[in-house]
Design a protein around this ligand. Structure first.
Ligand code: GLU
Length: 432
């Protein structure tokens, strides 16, 4: 049985690089019907925090992955010490004031990396390293090596930033008499400028993406696209679909550049493809966590709002700005609408209100018919009335289709807001 592991350190939140490494591990394990092990590398007791661990586990599950076993290195200190003592006994390590040092029996080390091919290490920066510190905690290379061996990990898949650790670990495997696993070093995700991701460019935790209104499936899909492709130029696919065809050896050798535009595009695609009911569920819980929904908003209304914006938003948080007019009346007209409102169309808007106010079934077809009739009777161009009407209803220059918007808001609100625009002109253009 193949066994694969993801080994996060709970000294920070799960960022997109870690999430993608986790996904590659999970896909590899599931593709071959192996076991997926989570190993929490919490040996640094000062920097490891429960808050980080909770976020890491929650994010892994949120992205759609599960694990078969979970281990905590903090509970395995005795095991590391026992193996270190064994090395001391065999003369491969020595003890000094409570700390244990491993002496590298250096010879050139070669690995056949599953992604990068042959890598040869001809030197090591040191001839020895601490493996157990004086406070009894193990150092990363040692606990990693002992655990990968004892947990029978068949392929170690991790970020390329760990390549320099690999020869040291291989020498430790050899010193301990363990079999050496396979290695696959995944290229890093790069910032648009080419360097490592920074807080400004994408190095955001998965939780933060969730809070910004990205969907878990879209994030998972996008992260996979960064460095792997299912072929056929297919860009939208689920973790489940990927699982059937994923091969770690097909992961790109070069770093992939993170693009927020692409992530937004993928997220928008997921939003577009959702059933309205499902999207409404998400919108409802998202807007509630943002404390944005006024009391008493009905589900049927929310569903209409969700459908109005379904094809237009990139992420759920866009609604907080773009759909504010659907929930609140107290908005002013945005700065950039000034040119639209320059000319006073009070009379024309009044004529429109007259027509709209007698509609019984206030639906998109009837609204459009009456709107066009008003235009024709007054000898106007469509835009003369469309633009100010949109500003009156939404406060903005741009927004969803005008007649759909009117139907969602309903007759009373539409007429009220149009009257408010007339007042605005009457008062010489002071903001509502
Ligand atoms: N705890 C290490 C990290 O988070 C794991 C490295 C490895 O997978 O070996 O980078």
């Amino acid at each position: 049985m193949s066994r694969i592991r993801f080994a996060p350190s709970p000294t920070g939140y799960l960022h997109i690089g870690g999430a993608r490494t986790c996904m590659f591990n999970w896909l590899y394990a599931r593709h071959i019907g192996g076991e997926f092990i989570l190993r929490v590398e919490d040996t640094d007791q000062e920097r490891s925090k429960k808050e980080y661990l909770d976020e890491i586990l929650e994010s892994i599950e949120w992205l759609g992955m599960n694990w078969d076993e979970i281990h905590y290195q903090s509970k395995r200190f005795d095991i590391y010490r026992e193996y270190a003592q064994r090395l001391v006994k065999e003369g491969k390590a020595y003890e000094k004031e409570g700390a244990i040092f491993f002496k590298y029996d250096f010879q050139s080390v070669e690995i056949d990396d599953v992604i990068r091919g042959k890598i040869v290490f001809n030197e090591l920066p040191k001839s020895e390293d601490v493996i157990i510190k004086s406070d009894k905690s193990p150092t990363y290379n040692f606990s990693c090596c002992v655990d990968d061996a004892l947990m029978k990990i068949s392929c170690v898949i991790r970020g390329e930033d760990h390549i320099s650790n690999t020869p040291k670990q291989i020498l430790m495997y050899k010193g301990l008499g363990f079999d050496v696993p396979k290695f696959a070093h995944v290229p890093l995700i790069l910032s648009p400028g080419g360097g490592r991701l920074s807080k400004r460019f994408g190095a955001t935790s998965i939780r933060e993406y969730k809070e910004m209104g990205y969907l878990s499936k879209a994030i998972a899909n996008y992260l996979l696209l960064l460095g792997w492709s299912p072929g056929d130029n297919k860009e939208i696919f689920s973790l489940d679909e990927a699982k059937d065809i994923f091969e770690i050896s097909k992961v790109n050798k070069t770093g992939a550049v993170f693009s927020i535009d692409k992530l937004n595009w993928v997220n928008a695609e997921y939003i577009k493809r959702m059933k309205v009911e499902e999207l409404t569920d998400l919108v409802e819980s998202f807007l509630k966590t943002k404390d944005f929904l006024p009391q008493g908003v009905e589900r049927s209304y929310l569903e209409k709002v969700a459908s109005l914006f379904q094809g237009r938003i990139f992420k759920l948080s866009d609604l907080v700005d773009w759909a504010r007019f659907c929930f609140y009346d107290d908005f002013g007209y945005c700065e950039d609408t000034k040119t639209i409102l320059e000319k006073d169309f009070s009379k024309e808007i009044e004529a429109l209100i007259k027509k709209l106010s007698v509609i019984n079934d206030f639906n998109i077809e009837v609204i459009e018919k009456e709107f066009r009739a008003t235009i024709e009777e007054l000898g106007l161009k469509m835009k003369n009335l469309v633009h100010p009407t949109r500003v009156a209803l939404t406060g903005k220059r741009i927004g969803p289709g005008l007649f759909e918007t009117m139907e969602v808001l309903g007759k009373d609100k539409v007429c009220q807001r149009l009257n408010k625009l007339i007042d605005y002109w009457k008062q010489g253009g002071s903001n509502a």
